[in-house]
Design a binder for this molecule. Structure first.
Ligand SMILES: *[C@@H]1O[C@H](CO)[C@@H](O)[C@H](O)[C@H]1NC(C)=O
Ligand SMILES: *[C@@H]1O[C@H](CO)[C@@H](O)[C@H](O)[C@H]1NC(C)=O
Ligand SMILES: *[C@@H]1O[C@H](CO)[C@@H](O)[C@H](O)[C@H]1NC(C)=O
Ligand SMILES: *[C@@H]1O[C@H](CO)[C@@H](O)[C@H](O)[C@H]1NC(C)=O
Ligand SMILES: *[C@@H]1O[C@H](CO)[C@@H](O)[C@H](O)[C@H]1NC(C)=O
Ligand SMILES: *[C@@H]1O[C@H](CO)[C@@H](O)[C@H](O)[C@H]1NC(C)=O
Ligand SMILES: *[C@@H]1O[C@H](CO)[C@@H](O)[C@H](O)[C@H]1NC(C)=O
Ligand SMILES: *[C@@H]1O[C@H](CO)[C@@H](O)[C@H](O)[C@H]1NC(C)=O
Length: 426
């Protein structure tokens, strides 16, 4: 996945020697010697065994504690987690320490796709040299222990596609060097903390959990730095109105990908979306958004994927959108758009790339007079009778205003079959 490569690249820049050593360790297991057998004669500082290296000894304690709470390991990833040579354990990567290159430490854990069932014990806080934790696609359950606050070098944390529960693991917000946070496809619940938005994270994936509010602060002064924010498939609008606040503009200098699919987003899109000049992907499909496409969006010159499908938007699809130089896929289907301007008329509705300008374009199920596969006149005239006032609607949070939306025509908007935003990297 592009975002992963990006964060990985940044990681390489920051930690190149460190990482190279982790990677080298992957291929150099045969260089290890059984120092635990004659540790009296080995130099403690370079030892690969926990017998004579206190940092590896701590790791040994942590990993043995972990192994004790692993209840199923069908692919035998942990069956060689025996004895003091922790650097030889499957999925455990050692490297020279950042603060002392003469000492080898556990710097990475990669158990992606191991299908392991168990939980994360408090002792993992002893692995203070970890830069990477990749536990994608396992069956770990329970919560993220608060002892993770000890992992002050952690750079990438991928807990995606597991069975973690409880509130957002706020302990990760205390990690000073964390850059990549991926907790998608778990059962985390409750609000996302506002502090998530003032932290210097490059990529945040929280999609497919049970989060109930997305508190993008309305005044967001800290220089945020996220390039990828994926919030999809959580219901942030349960019993309240969830709208994109104008303060989203504070992400303008970094944000390239914003995905809010199926989050019960309502109200109008703020003009500020158009100020996110680095955006490449903007996906707000399967929501209850009303009102027009903000004209400002015609300035998003880097935009490649725009998905507004399955909402209640209306008005015209402006020519400026269809003319965007990098646009590759434009989806406006299942809305109430009633006009397409200029070059939009020349785009052929197709869901494969073959047609006009190489843009994949989907405008089915709108109120477009000259197009095929549109809504019925009855549905369209019912919607047109209830115009949207986005100025009124802008009083988000302050209650009221919500009545300006179209009343959705129930049969016309099929419920989303949750789009998959699967954990992609391994
Ligand atoms: C690590 O494992 C390799 C085989 O995979 C073995 O040759 C080597 O002796 C082991 N090193 C230690 C320190 O146990
Ligand atoms: C080193 O070996 C001696 C015996 O030869 C033993 O008494 C001592 O405990 C050993 N040191 C360590 C650190 O194990
Ligand atoms: C520890 O392992 C690394 C990499 O496998 C190797 O370069 C180093 O020589 C080993 N140290 C000792 C004392 O064997
Ligand atoms: C794991 O180890 C058990 C017992 O040694 C063995 O029966 C099983 O086939 C192994 N599974 C895999 C996937 O290697
Ligand atoms: C945190 O790390 C230190 C070593 O750096 C260790 O002594 C301490 O026990 C760790 N705390 C927890 C809660 O694991
Ligand atoms: C979506 O949000 C509205 C309020 O805007 C709320 O009434 C509705 O119950 C929410 N839908 C779900 C499925 O929670
Ligand atoms: C275009 O975007 C839509 C909506 O995101 C998606 O379903 C479709 O697969 C995309 N088509 C191509 C060819 O990328
Ligand atoms: C649409 O295509 C026709 C024929 O290819 C061309 O003459 C016309 O200028 C195009 N319209 C716009 C707005 O680009």
């Amino acid at each position: 996945m592009a975002s992963f490569s990006l964060s990985f690249l940044i990681f390489l820049l920051h930690f190149s020697s460190f990482l190279n050593n982790i990677m080298a360790a992957k291929h150099n297991h045969h260089h290890d010697h059984h120092h635990h057998i004659n540790h009296n004669h080995s130099s403690p500082s370079t030892s690969n065994s926990s017998d004579s290296n206190p940092r590896l000894h701590q790791a040994f304690i942590a990993l043995q504690a972990w192994k004790r709470v692993i209840y199923s390991d069908p692919n035998n990833f942990t069956s060689n987690w025996l004895g003091p040579s922790v650097c030889n354990y499957t999925g455990i990567y050692c490297a020279p320490s950042i603060d002392n290159p003469d000492i080898r430490v556990v710097a990475g854990i990669d158990l992606n796709h191991a299908d392991i069932a168990g939980f994360l014990p408090d002792e993992l806080g002893l692995l203070t040299d970890l830069a990477l934790i990749h536990l994608n696609s396992n069956r770990f359950c329970g919560i993220v222990p608060s002892t993770f606050s000890n992992l002050s070098l952690l750079y990438e944390l991928d807990l995606s596609n597991n069975r973690f529960v409880g509130p957002f693991p706020t302990v990760v917000l205390s990690l000073p060097t964390l850059n990549y946070l991926d907790i998608r496809f778990n059962d985390f619940e409750g609000p996302l903390p506002p502090k998530l938005f003032s932290k210097k994270l490059d990529a945040v994936f929280v999609n497919n959990n049970r989060f109930t509010s997305l508190n993008i602060p309305q005044t967001l002064t800290a220089s945020t730095s996220a390039s990828v924010l994926v919030f999809a498939n959580n219901n942030y609008g349960k019993g309240k109105k969830f709208m994109i606040p104008p303060s989203i503009v504070n992400f303008a200098n970094s944000l390239e990908e914003l995905v809010l699919t199926n989050t019960n987003l309502s109200g109008c899109l703020p003009q500020e979306i158009g100020f996110l000049y680095k955006l490449k992907v903007f996906d707000v499909s399967f929501n209850q958004i009303v009102g027009p496409i903000p004209y400002s969006m015609a300035g998003l010159f880097h935009l490649e994927q725009l998905n507004l499908g399955h909402n209640m938007m209306g008005g015209a699809v402006p020519a400026g959108i269809c003319e965007l130089p990098n646009l590759a896929n434009l989806t406006v289907s299942y809305n109430f758009f009633c006009e397409e301007d200029g070059v939009c008329l020349n785009l052929t509705s197709s869901r494969s790339k073959s047609k006009t300008k190489g843009v994949v374009f989907d405008d089915r199920r709108n109120c477009l007079p000259e197009r095929r596969f549109q809504r019925s006149e009855k549905e369209c005239s019912a919607a047109l009778e209830r115009p949207v006032d986005c100025e009124v609607d802008h009083g988000f949070g302050a209650g009221g205003g919500g009545g300006a939306a179209f009343a959705p025509v129930p049969a016309a908007v099929p419920l989303p079959s949750a789009p998959s935003l699967s954990p992609a990297h391994s």
